[in-house]
Design a protein around this ligand. Structure first.
Ligand SMILES: [Fe+2]
Length: 135
């Protein structure tokens, strides 16, 4: 069962970014399913690594547009990204140390963070991106 579902309420009105958000949601759902199914450390470790690298890549893409378009909330938005990357990194090292009791909380953190971030922060750049011709 999916932990998060993408719907129009999560759209930032930029097709490429909506696609990246959908992929992130898929990856969080995959991680949640792998954990619920009690998959091995190796499979879960790879899933986490995939999520981390895709997340970094996605944040970088957004940030390139912030810089290019002179987006006004660039600094605070970049800080949110950095805090999330750090948090997921902590989760990964906890997992590698065998700290599996974090599982349910961590999955809730990931899914809540992503949805709140898209709704509260990403949607704020929609108008700026659209004005600069990105749709
Ligand atoms: Fe963002």
């Amino acid at each position: 069962m999916a932990l998060i579902r993408w719907d129009d309420g999560l759209s930032v009105k930029v097709a490429s970014i909506d696609q990246q958000h959908q992929k992130l949601i898929d990856m969080i759902n995959d991680l949640s399913n792998a954990m619920k199914q009690g998959k091995g450390k190796e499979v879960i470790g790879e899933t986490i690594n995939g999520l981390i690298s895709y997340t970094r890549d996605h944040f970088r893409k957004e940030e390139i547009y912030f810089d290019k378009f002179g987006y006004e909330d660039t600094d605070s938005h970049k800080k949110e990204h950095a805090a999330f990357v750090q948090k997921v990194g902590e989760f990964k090292s906890g997992f590698e140390k065998g700290n599996l009791s974090l599982t349910v909380e961590v999955m809730k953190f990931l899914s809540d963070w992503l949805q709140n971030h898209i709704k509260a922060s990403d949607k704020k750049y929609a108008a700026c991106f659209n004005e600069n011709g990105l749709r």
